[in-house]
Each structure stands twice: as structure tokens, then as C-alpha cells.
Design a protein around this ligand. Structure first.
Ligand code: C6P
Length: 426
């Protein structure tokens, strides 16, 4: 078969496989009405909705086999432990981790990043050392580094972004030096959708420093295939609730040799081999970092969310969401009173389906309220990225963030909602 013929065949297969209406039917909440309108859920970057299989997996765990994991020899505990560890293996496969011992379950991205900052950062940072972030980071990838810098005497720096909302790689490279101990950046910006070129960042970092590269993958894993081995980074953090999984569960992936050399972040049960009042000895990763009773049912639900994403296919999901993004940008282009700050004008730039809007003469919270009256859920505010808002010169934006179940019709409903805002605010 010729290459173009193969491409056509792939496309036909994907559109046959990617049946958005069939996928929507997997999400019970999408059937509900809000204020007399069918729900249009465009707040997926804050938290996505869950398919029935995930809800059922969590419910089934509590109904039929729940007990504490790694703590009992009785049948229920064994079953819960097996299911919990099977979920870890699924997550490892999902992100291309060479070894499931490299997958640490946490409460979410925030905890994962705090874990790296306090465990890896506290051990490696000294006065005068530098932690290099970017101007587009979420507070979860800023504040933990500020805390550890206060404790160690290191300092936080932020590499600039361009007016198009992209990391300025030349200036980033210029900021790397032998004092850089950590580079921490988002894979995908939660406010702009910018997709950072992680392999390029890793290559530049390795050439100029011995810094660890920490990637905040919260907004990437639901939208594109992620392979940590191919990215080449050292740590990768994400949350279950943004990838159609339960709340209260997240992941830190770390290279095995780095995790093995890191001290615990929390202390407690199930992370030790021996405790006396004089000292304690710790288990190997990942248990070393999972003190206390873990979020067992949410972890199991996350494993099912992973299977749901894999069976839907990350590439078809990405293509579908890219089509939604193109459609959104096209229709917004016709509205001169809507600005999309930090959205690259050059067609080649990589973006996830997240769009931040500013509407002349209307406060983002008022826009969100008017849209809510039409059943449209979007987020308004600084999106936990205040330094980015400062860089863009806006206090807040209205953000529409798409998921695999959104449709072109919903983009059009959003646009009609924006027209209504315009009508009200003149
Ligand atoms: N962003 C948003 O509306 P947690 O809360 O720990 O699951 O995720 C924190 C986090 C970290 N990094 C990025 C890039 C994120 O987008 C988020 C969460 C939500 O944009 C809630 S503020």
C-alpha cells in the first residue's frame, strides 16, 4: 500500500473508531441538564468527568472486595492489594515507564511535585543553586520550589515565554548553567494549551547542566500519548481526575535510580522495613513514598481510566480535540471583540485544546455566569497561574478546555453564548 493510501485508511479507521456520540454515552453526567439546558462541559482542564466503567470499578471495589492493601493476609486484603498493584502496572504501561516500581501513587499532581521538591530538591539544592521554571507554570509547579528554596538557600528563576505563549528556548538555554539543579516545567500549559517540546528541553538541559528535569504532565496525559522514556525527563507528575479517573489519586513517575536515592517525603505505616525509637529503615520505592493507607479504590479506578483511554486511543483523541481547537479558533477569528492572549499565530505551533479568552468590556466572571445560565461550564479566573496572567497583562481570562467527549456543536453553543455576553455588555 502506498503511504497516502495507508494514511487514508488510518483516517477512515480512526473516524470509524472515534464515535463521539458512543463515547458521550459512556459518561452518565453528560445526560443531565443545567438551568434548563443540556450540559455543555468545557471545564475539563480543571477536572474531567468519569465514564461509567470508572464509576463502576470504584463502586465494585467498595461493594465486593475492599480492605486495606499491603497489610493483611486475609482474602479481601489480598484481593485489594492485587488490584491496587495491577493499577500501578497499568499506569506504568500507559506512560511507557520501564518498571512499575517507578510509579508512585500520590494524591495528585500537587502532591507529586511537592514530593520531588522536598525529597529530591531538599537533598540536592545548596545555597546559590538554581531551580529553573518557566513563566507559564501552574502554582503547583512554583510554590513547592519556592518552599524548598527557602529551606536550602537556592533560588527560583523563570524562563520567559514569547508573546505567542511559547517557551523561548534560546533564552531558556541561556539561563542554564552549572548552578541549575532542577528544571521544572509543564508539558502542557493549563491556561494556554501550549505544548512544550520536552525532548528539546531535556537535550538543552543535559548539554549545559546536571539538573534533573521535572515535568508537570497534568494537562498532557488526558490528551496525547505520553512516553516518559521517549521524553527523556527524570520525573513526570499527573492527576487522575483530569484523565477521567477518580479524584484523590495521582502519580509521580521517577527514574528508578533517582527514586532509590531519595529520602521519604512522609513517614508512617507501610513504608518501613524496621522501626526502633532510635531509627527507621525504609522500604524501596515506590512503597517508601506511600506512607499510610493509600487511596486504594481511586487507584483501581485510575487503572480503569487508563484502560478506557487506551481502548479509545490517545491518537484519535488528540486528533478529535485538535479538530475542536481548529474549529474554535476559526469561529473566534470572526469575533473582533474576543482576544485570545498568548495563542500562537503561527500555524505550526503545538497546542492542546485549551483556549483562554478575554472579551472587551466584560469581566471573565460575568462571562462565566452568563454562559452558566445557558448550561455551559467554563472556568474564569487566573487558573492558578498568576505569574502567567501578569506576563500576559490580564488579571484573569475565560477558559474553555475540551475533552474527548466534546463536539463541534458544543463549540457553536459556546460561541452563541459569547454573542449573548456581547449583547448584554454591548
Ligand atoms: N489545574 C486548572 O483548572 P491537582 O490539583 O494537584 O490535581 O493539579 C494541579 C495542577 C498542576 N499542574 C497543572 C498544569 C494543572 O493544570 C493543575 C491543575 C486545574 O487548571 C485546577 S487549578
Amino acid at each position: 500500500m502506498t503511504a497516502p493510501a495507508a494514511a487514508v485508511e488510518n483516517e477512515q479507521r480512526d473516524s470509524a473508531v472515534f464515535d463521539v456520540e458512543r463515547l458521550r454515552a459512556c459518561f452518565p453526567i453528560l445526560e443531565r441538564e443545567v438551568r434548563g439546558h443540556r450540559l455543555v462541559y468545557l471545564d475539563n482542564a480543571a477536572s474531567a468527568q468519569r465514564p461509567e466503567v470508572v464509576i463502576d470499578a470504584v463502586s465494585d471495589c467498595y461493594r465486593t472486595y475492599y480492605a486495606n492493601a499491603h497489610r493483611g493476609v486475609h482474602a479481601l486484603s489480598e484481593q485489594s492489594t492485587d488490584a491496587y498493584e495491577a493499577a500501578r502496572a497499568k499506569v506504568a504501561r500507559f506512560i511507557g515507564a520501564p518498571d512499575s516500581h517507578e510509579v508512585v501513587f500520590t494524591r495528585g499532581t500537587t502532591e507529586s511535585l511537592n514530593l520531588v521538591a522536598q525529597s529530591y530538591g531538599r537533598r540536592h539544592l545548596e545555597p546559590g543553586d538554581e531551580v529553573l521554571l518557566t513563566e507559564m507554570e501552574h502554582h503547583s509547579n512554583i510554590v513547592p520550589w519556592q518552599l524548598v528554596c527557602e529551606q536550602t538557600g537556592a533560588r527560583v528563576l523563570a524562563a520567559p515565554i514569547t508573546d505567542d505563549g511559547e517557551l523561548d528556548l534560546d533564552r531558556f538555554a541561556g539561563m542554564l548553567n552549572e548552578r541549575t539543579r532542577v528544571v521544572a516545567l509543564a508539558h502542557v500549559s493549563n491556561a494556554l494549551g501550549t505544548v512544550n517540546d520536552i525532548p528539546a528541553v531535556v537535550e538543552l538541559t543535559r548539554a549545559r547542566s546536571d539538573a534533573a528535569v521535572v515535568v508537570d504532565g497534568a494537562q498532557a496525559v488526558p490528551h496525547m500519548a505520553v512516553d516518559v522514556a521517549a521524553l527523556g525527563c527524570d520525573f513526570y507528575a499527573f492527576s487522575g481526575h483530569k484523565m477521567y479517573g477518580p479524584g484523590g489519586i495521582g502519580v509521580l513517575w521517577g527514574r528508578r535510580e533517582l527514586l532509590a536515592a531519595m529520602p521519604p517525603y512522609h513517614g508512617g505505616g507501610s513504608m518501613i522495613t524496621r522501626v526502633t525509637f532510635e531509627r527507621s529503615e525504609y522500604m524501596a520505592p515506590p512503597q517508601r513514598f506511600e506512607a499510610g493507607t493509600p487511596a486504594i479504590a481511586p487507584a483501581i479506578g485510575l487503572g480503569v481510566a487508563v484502560e478506557f483511554l487506551e481502548s479509545t486511543g490517545l491518537d484519535p483523541i488528540e486528533r478529535h480535540e485538535q479538530e475542536l481547537l481548529s474549529h474554535t479558533m476559526e469561529v473566534l477569528n470572526d469575533l473582533p471583540w474576543v482576544r485570545v492572549p498568548g495563542h500562537a499565530s503561527n500555524a505550526g505551533s503545538a497546542r492542546a485544546a485549551v483556549v483562554s479568552l478575554v472579551i472587551d468590556g466584560a469581566h471573565p466572571h460575568d462571562v462565566a455566569t452568563i454562559l452558566d445560565e445557558q448550561g455551559i461550564a467554563i472556568r474564569a479566573g487566573h487558573h492558578c497561574a498568576q505569574p502567567l496572567m501578569d506576563r500576559l497583562g490580564v488579571p484573569a481570562t475565560v477558559r474553555a478546555s475540551f475533552g474527548l467527549y466534546n463536539t463541534h456543536e458544543e463549540v457553536d453553543l459556546l460561541v452563541s453564548g459569547l454573542h449573548e455576553v456581547r449583547r448584554i455588555f454591548g
